[in-house]
Design a protein around this ligand. Structure first.
Ligand code: SF4
Ligand code: MG
Length: 326
């Protein structure tokens, strides 16, 4: 059964301006209970905007968010009390832990505060549970570290604190936007593996946003590939990385010599289109090595394969025989 279901999500900025700028267009996907879904794409593809609109973080004066459906379980995130849902059922982790943590409070106290507010624990139990969460996040000597202020910890330790704080809420869904991008690769890998284990142990679903194919390979059950505000390909991690169909996905993978965290991406030639002047056909056509006149004229419809695979391309196809390459 689906935990998060997003259907026909549109987000545009500048609703107070004459010409609003589309950032996310007709995005449809879901996350099952306990599943890890990675949204993969270059910076500017609409990944973070998608995550933020699920969390209700946009300013309604400037940003228009519409959808046919935006549900967490039975809860309608568009009309419900989003603050309550965010406090209890969805947690989030961002790239920049330093700005997300309160600089004037000890980190243990910040985790304990979340436990007291959201789980109604008393002071002592919250303090002990905070230390246990820090231990679960493999923070050495957690009793002592709990007394530190955020600036006294390394970037990796701060990110572990952020995740411990998110876990304190026992969410059904954790949304993580580039949570390890600022860290060195060894620390990055440790934290990703830990996060993966926490999700499995707690039957927690993860929606992770990344531009990094190595991170997607490490974390994903399923991958949603976004380009210029649209989903271009969806499939299991094996399907998408083992047998990519969309020319954009192929470009992303081709730019990574090995699927691991040490690979250095070389960008696909060209850049994202200006959202004010999007191509009238396929959004990827200006950069696509195999584009035809059909691609320039008409946007490709989404194809739905038998295994749940999706693909938006005129020239490539999904069918029931498509699985991972052997
Ligand atoms: Fe390339 Fe055409 Fe497919 Fe778009 S529809 S990705 S331009 S082949
Ligand atoms: Mg982003």
């Amino acid at each position: 059964t689906q935990l998060l279901s997003v259907d026909g999500l549109n987000v545009s900025f500048g609703r107070d301006q004459q010409t609003p700028i589309p950032a996310v267009r007709d995005v449809t996907f879901s996350v099952a209970k306990g599943e890890c879904v990675v949204v993969l794409g270059e910076s500017g593809s609409g990944k973070s905007v998608t995550a933020q609109s699920i969390l209700g973080l946009h300013d309604p004066r400037t940003t228009a968010v519409t959808a046919n459906r935006l549900h967490l379980g039975n809860e309608d995130l568009l009309s419900g009390d989003l603050n309550r849902v965010r406090g209890s059922r969805i947690s989030m982790v961002f790239q920049d832990a330093l700005s997300a943590l309160n600089p004037v409070h000890r980190v243990g106290a910040q985790i304990a505060e979340a436990l007291r507010v959201h789980r109604g624990m008393g002071r002592k139990e919250a303090g002990n549970t905070a230390v246990e969460l820090m231990r679960a996040m493999q923070i050495p000597d957690p009793e002592q570290r709990a007394k530190n202020y955020p600036h006294q910890l390394s970037g990796g330790m701060r990110q572990r604190i952020m995740i411990a704080m998110a876990l304190a809420l026992e969410p059904e869904l954790l949304i993580a936007d580039e949570p390890t991008t600022a860290l060195d690769v060894t620390v990055q890998l440790q934290i990703l593996q830990l996060l993966r284990r926490m999700c499995a142990e707690r039957d927690m679903a993860l929606l992770m946003i990344t531009h990094d194919v190595g991170v997607a390979a490490e974390m994903a059950d399923r991958i949603v590939v976004m380009y210029a505000g649209k989903i271009v390909e969806v499939g299991s991690v094996h399907e998408v990385l083992g047998n990519p169909k969309h020319p954009y996905t192929r470009g992303l993978l081709g730019s990574v010599p090995r699927i691991d965290l040490t690979a250095l991406p070389t960008p696909i030639p060209g850049g994202l289109p200006d959202p004010r002047r999007l191509p009238s056909g396929c959004v990827f056509a200006p950069r696509c090595p195999i584009a035809t006149s059909l691609c320039e004229a008409d946007p490709p419809p989404m194809q739905h394969g038998a295994t749940g695979r999706e693909l938006a391309c005129h020239l490539e196809h999904v069918d029931e025989t498509d699985g991972a390459s052997s």
